[in-house]
Design a protein around this ligand. Structure first.
Ligand code: THU
Length: 165
C-alpha cells in the first residue's frame, strides 16, 4: 500500500492585486450576470461569463425553482447557452462570481461538483484547456488553468468507448 499525494496549482490574487485586463473584464461580465439571477429561495446570486474562441461573451446566472432540483447553477446556464448557440466554437474561459454577503470575510466561493463535471465535458469537447476564474465577494480571485486543477480524477469517456465497441 502506498499513500499517494496530489498537488493542485492555481493562481490567487488578493483584492488589491491586479490580475490583468482580460481577467478583470471576465469578472465584470460575471458580476453583471448576477443581476439577472433568479434566486428567491437561496438569495444566493451567482453570475458567470463564458468567452468563446470567436470572442463572444455569453452570460448566465442561477435560475431557481420551487421544486428545488429543477433549478440550475449560473455556470451551467452560461455553458449550455454558449454550447447551444455556438456549437462549433471553443470555450476558452469561464468566470464566476457571487453577489452575496458572507458571514466571514475569509469566505471564498467555489463552483459545485456538477458544474465542474460540465466544465470537464466542455474541455474534453474542445480539446483545449479551460481557464476557470473564480472571484469571491471578499475580492480574492483564483485562476485555474484546466479543469484538472479543480476536478482531479474526473470521470472520462474511456470506459464508455469500450462498451460501445
Ligand atoms: N449555485 C451556482 O449558481 N453555482 C455554483 O457553483 C454553486 C451554487 C447556485 C445554485 C443555487 O441557486 C444557489 O447557488 C444556492 O445553492
Amino acid at each position: 500500500m502506498k499513500i499517494q499525494k496530489l498537488e493542485l496549482e492555481f493562481q490567487e490574487f488578493e483584492k488589491n492585486e491586479d490580475p490583468g485586463e482580460h481577467i478583470k473584464e471576465m469578472i465584470q461580465y460575471a458580476k453583471e450576470a448576477t443581476k439577472t439571477a433568479y434566486a428567491p429561495y437561496s438569495l444566493f446570486k451567482v453570475g458567470a461569463s463564458v468567452r468563446l474562441s470567436n470572442g463572444e461573451i455569453i452570460k448566465g446566472s442561477n435560475q431557481e425553482n420551487v421544486a428545488y432540483p429543477s433549478g440550475l447553477c449560473a455556470e451551467r446556464v452560461a455553458l449550455y447557452a454558449a454550447s447551444s448557440q455556438y456549437p462549433y466554437e471553443e470555450v476558452e474561459s469561464i468566470a464566476v462570481t457571487v453577489d452575496h454577503h458572507f458571514d466571514s470575510e475569509d469566505e471564498v466561493f467555489s463552483p459545485c461538483g456538477a458544474c465542474r463535471q460540465v466544465m470537464a465535458e466542455i474541455e474534453a469537447k474542445s480539446g483545449k484547456e479551460l481557464e476557470i476564474i473564480v472571484h469571491a465577494p471578499n475580492g480574492i480571485t483564483r485562476i485555474f488553468k484546466g479543469i484538472t486543477q479543480l476536478l482531479p480524477f474526473s470521470f472520462n469517456n474511456a470506459g464508455l468507448n469500450k462498451l460501445n465497441k
